[in-house]
Design a protein around this ligand. Structure first.
Ligand SMILES: [Zn+2]
Length: 199
C-alpha cells in the first residue's frame, strides 16, 4: 500500500502536489490544522475502504484502525469525533464506518456532532458540488471544546469538504486545533475543479 506521506504531497492535506508548500485546494480547508492519513486510496487500501463501507465487512476495522493510530502518533487529541452519517444512512448500513474505526483504535468517540441533512453519496460530484452539498449539513451540540486539540476521523478523505464543514463547527465551539484523520487519502492528480471525483 502506498503511504500518504513523503515528498510530492501537500504537507497540509496530503494530496498529490509537487508545487511546493501547501496545494491550492488547501485554501478551502482552512479550519483544519492538517490531514493525517495512512495510505493513498489505491490498491489494497481502496479495497479495504470499499469492503468495509459497501460490503459491510466490519471485521476489517480492527485491521485498519492501527494505521490511524500510527498516522496520528505524536498528536495527543483531547477529543475524537467520528465523522457522522445521517441517521437514515446509518440505519440502512447498520453502522458508521468512521465510528467503527474510532472504537477499534481504542479511542472514545466524542458525542455531539451530527449530520442533520442527508447529503447522499458524493461519488461523481466535483469539488464545488461537494462543498455546496455539505454546507450546513452538520450540527454541533456537544461540550465546550475551549483550548482542545480535536480529531475528526473518517475512513477516507477526498476533497476534505466534509471535514472542513465539521471543523468549522468544532472551531466555533472553541477547539484550538482540528485535525483530519483518515485511513485513506483519495487524492487526484488532475487539478480540474469541475472534474467529477470517483471516490
Ligand atoms: Zn493541500
Amino acid at each position: 500500500m502506498e503511504p500518504a506521506t513523503g515528498e510530492g504531497r501537500c504537507p497540509h492535506c496530503r494530496a498529490f502536489w509537487e508545487g511546493g508548500g501547501n496545494c491550492p485546494r488547501c485554501f478551502h480547508l482552512q479550519s483544519l490544522e492538517g490531514v493525517l492519513a495512512s495510505f493513498e486510496m489505491a490498491g489494497p487500501a481502496r479495497q479495504a475502504v470499499h469492503a468495509l463501507k459497501y460490503r459491510f465487512v466490519r471485521a476489517l476495522a480492527p485491521a485498519m484502525a492501527p494505521h490511524l493510530v500510527c498516522a496520528s502518533s505524536g498528536h495527543s487529541f483531547n477529543a475524537v469525533f467520528p465523522v457522522p452519517l445521517h441517521r437514515s444512512r446509518e440505519k440502512s448500513r447498520g453502522f458508521n464506518q468512521a465510528e467503527l474505526l474510532v472504537q477499534a483504535a481504542g479511542w472514545d468517540a466524542e458525542p455531539g456532532l451530527t449530520r442533520v441533512r442527508n447529503t447522499g453519496r458524493q461519488v461523481g460530484m466535483h469539488e464545488r458540488q461537494r462543498r455546496a452539498n455539505v454546507a450546513g449539513a452538520f450540527r454541533y451540540a456537544g461540550r465546550d471544546l475551549a483550548g482542545l486539540r480535536v480529531a475528526l476521523v473518517d475512513d477516507v478523505i477526498t476533497t476534505g469538504a466534509t471535514m472542513q464543514e465539521c471543523a468549522v463547527l468544532l472551531r466555533a465551539a472553541g477547539a484550538r486545533e482540528v485535525w483530519g484523520v483518515a485511513f485513506a487519502r483519495a487524492s487526484y492528480r488532475v487539478a480540474l475543479p469541475d472534474a467529477p471525483i470517483e471516490d
